[in-house]
Design a binder for this molecule. Structure first.
Ligand SMILES: C[S@@+](CC[C@H](N)C(=O)[O-])C[C@H]1O[C@@H](n2cnc3c(N)ncnc32)[C@H](O)[C@@H]1O
Length: 214
């Protein structure tokens, strides 16, 4: 199977690939690891959430964002990831029983509730097929409350073309705003460099989008 086939919609091998990555590499060996999710928290602060706001981290993996959200007093946090191994790792660290954990492929997932904030750092860019991207946009559009927010980070146009052996699609802020369409308005976009644990620099595009009323 090629990398692109593995990225296609309805291909279960993707979860096995991510499980294998989390099982075989510790946090210091994963390019996306960061101790302080500084850019995520900057944009979450910009979206002005109340402490009871429902927040979902899509493709959250074993990220420490959930720890930071709990420390800031957010009481309704959900983490979704395709990898059960990633979710298990996060659950061993985060013992707060208020957190909701979901193992699912976001492109096949039907949200059963709505969220004031949808956060995604470095997951959407793995969707390289139009079908996968459309399914993601449909899920986000249905799950985010009117007036709610989407914080999204992907590799920037000058960023890497692959991650974890998978092809990615690189995006500008204008392109992200366009694919999320009329249901969202662009509040802010920026490019920020992420330093991997071994010191490589990866430029990311960040956007803060606001869900328009239907
Ligand atoms: C590069 S990692 C980023 C993890 C986390 N967001 C962070 O910033 O540390 C990408 C994550 O997306 C997850 N993922 C990939 N494809 C997915 C999909 N279709 N649905 C849900 N999660 C997915 C992977 O398991 C992995 O945890």
């Amino acid at each position: 199977m090629t990398s692109n086939e593995a990225n296609d919609l309805h291909v279960p091998a993707t979860s096995a690939l991510w499980d294998g990555t989390y099982a075989s590499k510790d946090a210091s060996q994963r390019s996306w690891s960061e101790d302080e999710p500084e850019a995520s928290l900057y944009f979450i602060d910009k979206s002005h959430q109340v402490p009871s706001a429902p927040i979902i981290d899509v493709g959250g993996g074993a990220s420490r964002l959930v720890d930071h959200l709990l420390a800031r007093g957010y009481s309704d946090v959900t983490v979704l990831d395709i990898s059960a191994a990633a979710i298990d790792e996060a659950r061993r660290r985060v013992t707060d029983e208020s957190v909701h954990w979901i193992v699912a492929d976001v492109t096949l997932w039907t949200p059963t509730r709505s969220y004031a904030l949808w956060h995604d750092r470095a997951t959407f860019h793995f969707l390289t097929s139009a079908a996968g991207q459309t399914a993601y946009v449909t899920a986000a559009t249905s799950a985010i409350d009117a007036g709610g927010h989407l914080v999204l980070a992907t590799f920037a146009p000058s960023g890497p073309a692959t991650c974890s052996g998978l092809a990615v699609q690189r995006w500008s802020g204008a392109e992200l705003a366009e694919i999320f369409g009329d249901g969202f308005s662009l509040v802010e976009t920026t490019t920020r460099d992420h330093a991997t644990p071994w010191g490589s620099v990866q430029p990311f595009t960040w956007v803060l989008l606001e869900r328009r009323a239907d």
